[in-house]
Design a protein around this ligand. Structure first.
Ligand code: NAD
Length: 483
C-alpha cells in the first residue's frame, strides 16, 4: 500500500495560531460526548462510566456535570482524584483540546534572548514541525488519539492518525467532527488499517516529519528503526509493569482501594497499571484479606450498564493471552488469592475475574511481563531499600506509586523510582497538564503537558545584526596592504 500525504495540504510553518485547533475546542466535540462514550464502550468493552471519563478528558466536562458528579457511585467518588471527582475545584478541568488551544495562543510570541552582545538582537520563534504521523493503540482509542492530535494541531502541524485496527470507530468519528467544524482539508486525516500494512506505510512515508507512537514494545522497536533510517524524530509511549509499594504505616483501606484502581481499572488494559504490588511483610496478611474481600465485591457485567466497574477484555486474542498468563502462573505453583477464571455469572463474552497472585517470585514471568489484564502479582518486602530495588528491577520504567504516611519517605521513594510517572498515596490519576511517558523500555519523549506540545514544534532562531559599524573581521587595512 502507498501512503498518501495530501500534496498541497495547508501545512505551512507560518500558519498563524488562530487557525490551529480552535475549531475542535468548541461545543461540537462536547455535544457528541454521549454518543462517542457509548461507541467507545461498545467497541472496546470497558464500562460506560469509564468511557464517559475518557470523553471528559478529551473534550472537557459539560459545564453542569463537572460540579455535580452524581453519575458516579459513592465509593469511587470518595477515593478517586479523577477530573469528574473534583467538585471542589474552582473551575471545570480542561479537556485536552481546550488545554492545547489555550497553550497555542502564546505560541506566536517570540522569545527574546539576550545573547550578551549589543550588536545582535536575537529571538526564538516556534514553528510546526510539519506533517506528523500519529499511531495509537486500542486501550483508550479516542483519548490516546486526542493526546497527540490536540497538541499536533495546536502546534500548527498537519496530522495523519492511524488508530488501532482493533478499535477505530471513535477516531473515525473524530475525523468526521473535524470536517463538520470545517478544519481545512488535509490538516487532519484518519487512515484506519492494519499495523503492518497501513501503519508501516505511514511511518515510512517520505512526507512525514515526525512520528508519535503509543503501543507495544515490539511495534515501537520496528517504528523506531524506520524513523532512524529516515532520520525522522519519534516519540515512543510503550508498555509497563509498574509497582505500587505499600509501607507498614499506610492507611490500609485507602491503599487497598488504590491498589485495586491501579490494576483493575480499564480491566487492567492500561500501560501504567500498577500490576506489581510490594507490600510490607508486617501488614501483608491484613492487606491481602481486605484486598480479596474488596476484589470479590467488584461489580462485573455488561459494560453498557451504569455502575459496572469491570467490563470485558477487548477481544478473543487478549482474553486468551490473559488466561494463558494465569494458567502458566498456576502451573508454576503460583498462589492464587482470588479470581483466575471467567466470572460464573457471565457465561458469554471475554470476562476475567479480578485476579490476585501472592508470594510471586520477582523472577517469575508474571512479575516481569506486561499481562494487560486484571491480574495483580504481589510479593512482600522488609525495608525501603529492598522495596525500591525490587520496584526498579524491571526492563520497563513507565510509572510507580508509594503509599505511606511518612512524607519524607514518600519523597525519597518517588525520587529513587526509575520511571517517568510517580504517585504518592494514589495510583493512576492522569492530568493533561502533566507530562506522560517513561524511561527504559517504556519509551522516550512525552505526551501531555507543555512537553507534549514542544514535540510538535521546531524552534527557529532569528538573529539580527543591529550595529551601525561594519563587522570588520576582514579589516580594510588588510585589503589595502594587499594592493
Ligand atoms: P500494538 O503495538 O500492537 O499496536 C499499536 C498501534 O501500532 C496500532 O495502531 C497498530 O495497528 C500499529 N502497528 C502495529 N504494527 C505496526 C507497524 N509495523 N508499523 C506501524 N504501525 C504498526 O499495541 P496495542 O496492542 O494496540 O496496545 C497495547 C500496548 O500499548 C501495550 O503494550 C500498552 O502498554 C501500550 N500503551 C502504552 C501507553 C503509554 O502511554 N505508554 C498507552 C497505552 C498503551
Amino acid at each position: 500500500m502507498r501512503c498518501c500525504i495530501v500534496p498541497g495540504a495547508p501545512y505551512s510553518p507560518q500558519r498563524p495560531t488562530s487557525s490551529r485547533n480552535d475549531p475542535l475546542r468548541g461545543p461540537q466535540l462536547r455535544q457528541k460526548k454521549t454518543v462517542l462514550a457509548k461507541l467507545e464502550c461498545l467497541d472496546n468493552g470497558k464500562p460506560i462510566d469509564e468511557t464517559e471519563w475518557d470523553l471528559d478528558d478529551c473534550a472537557g466536562p459539560h459545564a453542569a456535570s463537572w460540579a455535580r458528579p452524581s453519575s458516579l457511585s459513592p465509593p469511587l467518588l470518595a477515593s478517586s482524584t479523577h477530573n469528574l471527582t473534583r467538585p471542589c475545584c474552582a473551575r471545570p478541568p480542561a479537556g485536552c483540546f481546550d488545554y492545547y488551544a489555550d497553550l497555542a495562543e502564546r505560541l506566536d510570541e517570540a522569545e527574546v534572548v539576550d545573547v550578551g552582545m549589543e550588536e545582535f538582537k536575537a529571538r526564538v520563534v516556534q514553528e510546526p514541525i510539519g506533517v506528523v504521523a500519529l499511531v495509537t493503540p486500542w486501550n483508550y482509542p479516542l483519548l490516546m488519539a486526542c493526546w497527540k492530535v490536540a497538541p499536533a494541531l495546536a502546534a500548527g502541524c498537519c496530522a495523519v492518525l492511524k488508530p488501532s485496527e482493533v478499535c477505530s470507530v471513535t477516531c473515525l468519528e473524530l475525523g468526521q467532527i473535524a470536517s463538520e467544524v470545517k478544519l481545512p482539508n488535509g490538516v487532519f486525516n484518519v487512515i484506519p488499517g492494519l499495523g503492518a500494512e497501513c501503519g508501516a506505510a505511514l511511518v515510512g512515508c517520505p512526507g512525514v516529519h515526525k512520528v508519535s507512537f503509543t503501543g507495544s514494545v515490539s511495534t515501537g522497536r520496528a517504528i523506531s528503526m524506520t524513523c532512524a533510517s529516515n532520520l525522522v524524530p519519534c516519540t515512543m509511549e510503550l508498555g509497563g509493569k509498574s509497582a505500587l509499594i505499600v509501607f507498614e504505616d499506610a492507611d490500609v483501606d485507602k491503599a487497598v482501594e488504590w491498589c485495586m484502581f491501579g490494576v483493575f481499572w480499564t480491566c487492567g488494559q492500561i500501560c501504567s497499571a500498577t500490576s506489581r504490588l510490594l507490600v510490607h511483610e508486617s501488614i501483608a496478611q491484613r492487606f491481602y484479606r481486605k484486598l480479596r474481600e474488596r476484589a470479590e465485591a467488584i461489580r462485573i457485567g455488561d459494560p453498557t450498564e451504569k455502575g459496572v466497574r469491570l467490563g470485558a477484555l477487548v477481544n478473543r486474542g487478549q482474553y486468551a493471552k490473559v488466561l494463558g498468563h494465569i494458567r502458566e502462573a498456576l502451573e508454576d505453583g503460583g498462589t492464587l488469592l482470588t479470581g483466575g477464571k471467567r466470572p460464573p455469572h457471565m457465561a458469554r463474552g471475554y470476562f476475567v475475574e479480578p485476579t490476585v497472585f501472592v508470594n510471586v517470585r520477582p523472577g517469575h514471568r508474571l512479575w516481569r511481563t506486561e499481562v494487560f489484564g486484571p491480574v495483580l502479582a504481589c510479593c512482600t518486602f522488609r525495608g525501603e531499600e529492598e522495596a525500591v530495588r525490587l520496584a526498579n528491577d524491571s526492563e520497563f520504567g513507565l510509572a510507580g506509586a508509594v503509599c505511606s504516611e511518612d512524607v519524607a519517605r514518600c519523597e525519597r521513594v518517588v525520587r529513587a523510582l526509575e520511571c517517568g510517572i510517580t504517585w504518592i498515596n494514589c495510583s493512576q490519576p492522569c492530568f493533561c497538564q502533566l507530562p506522560w511517558g517513561g524511561v527504559k523500555r517504556s519509551g522516550f519523549g512525552r505526551d501531555l503537558g507543555t512537553y507534549g506540545l514542544s514535540g510538535y514544534l521546531s524552534p527557529k532562531q532569528i538573529t539580527t545584526y543591529v550595529s551601525k559599524d561594519t563587522w570588520d573581521w576582514f579589516p580594510e587595512e588588510q585589503r589595502r596592504a594587499k594592493l
